[in-house]
Design a protein around this ligand. Structure first.
Ligand SMILES: [Ca+2]
Ligand SMILES: [Ca+2]
Length: 136
């Protein structure tokens, strides 16, 4: 009986440790694969998440206050949706699910981010980003 309890404790410990490990690995996966410093102040403003071949999510800080206010979600490299905090109050108030509509919004409202956000195909890292890439 005592052995069983010990076994359960060991199992729980293993579960706990593997959980933390998965969490640690999850955090590692969440590191951006690329960042771009749009206003060239030395701080990254656009972060790309995913793997080398496909961008899964893009977070952009379009007013340079350190908080992301545009998040682009992709699925298998294709534009899926964009969430926008248009008034920079910290809550995302607008969702755009059409790639062309989002491009138009970017062109109208955040023209400085046309190159870094206004794409519908994210299956390849656009080469023109390499110029102002600051981290890997
Ligand atoms: Ca910057
Ligand atoms: Ca911001």
């Amino acid at each position: 009986m005592k052995k069983n309890i010990l076994g359960i404790i060991i199992l729980l410990a293993v579960f706990y440790l593997s959980g933390s490990l998965a969490q640690a690995m999850g955090q590692a996966v969440e590191k951006p694969i690329k960042t771009v410093d749009v206003n060239k102040d030395g701080k990254p403003d656009v972060s790309y998440y995913g793997d080398v071949k496909t961008t899964a999510r893009i977070e952009a800080d379009t007013n340079y206050d350190g908080q992301p206010d545009v998040i682009v979600n992709t699925k298998e490299g294709k534009f899926q949706s964009a969430e926008i905090d248009a008034d920079y109050d910290g809550s995302f108030d607008t969702t755009i699910t059409d790639a062309n509509q989002f491009k138009q919004w970017i062109n109208m409202n955040r023209p400085g981010f046309k190159q870094t956000l206004g794409k519908s195909d994210w299956s390849l890292m656009p080469p023109d980003f390499l110029g102002h890439e600051i981290t890997r």
